[in-house]
Unconditional design. Structure first.
Length: 178
């Protein structure tokens, strides 16, 4: 299915779920390569020092009513992780040891610790994504899209030294059509 609202190199959504479209893969196919030659595996963000192939963000659930859960796998075992939302996708800019592809009106929706390199949000007791977004000043209107990435602590500074790297990395991105 062609996604006219995706503003990156990938305009075809390979997902079978129409609401969730993975984008911004850092497997050497992007216009903005990983900052230290640390390309990730197919469909993932840039690789990390644990050699997981990079983090992969996926979405599941329903957009109406909002039961969406974002899950990032392939992070470092207990990494502090932040789920980021933006209003547009971009070709990508260096962001720590990875490439950020979401932009405009960025919101830090949730902060969680990974367990075994996996982290999900919202969790039990957390507000839904649309509720959290509205609380942060970005009301999501049905029929619009938002873009999500997870960035996570990557304290192995020698893996991708500054500049251009730093002490965090980032997953691929997911477009959600609300």
């Amino acid at each position: 299915k062609v996604r006219g609202t995706v503003r990156v190199a990938y305009t075809y959504c390979p997902s079978t779920d129409a609401a969730f479209c993975p984008i911004c893969f850092e497997d050497d196919a992007q216009a903005s390569p990983c900052p230290c030659g640390n390309a990730g595996s197919l469909g993932r963000g840039c690789d990390n020092s644990a050699s997981t192939g990079g983090a992969m963000l996926t979405g599941s659930g329903s957009t109406s009513p909002d039961t969406v859960v974002l899950t990032s796998t392939g992070e470092l075992a207990s990494a502090l992780s932040i789920f980021l939302q933006g209003q547009v996708s971009i070709a990508g800019i260096t962001f720590g040891d990875g490439v950020r592809c979401v932009n405009v009106n960025l919101k830090r929706l949730y902060t969680k610790n990974a367990s075994g390199g996996i982290v999900s949000a919202p969790g039990s007791g957390d507000p839904s994504i649309t509720t959290r977004s509205a609380t942060l000043g970005d009301t999501i209107i049905p029929g619009t899209s938002r873009y999500y990435q997870t960035y996570y602590r990557h304290p192995v500074l020698g893996f991708c030294a500054d500049p251009p790297g730093n002490s965090w990395n980032v997953s691929n991105a997911v477009q959600i059509d609300w």
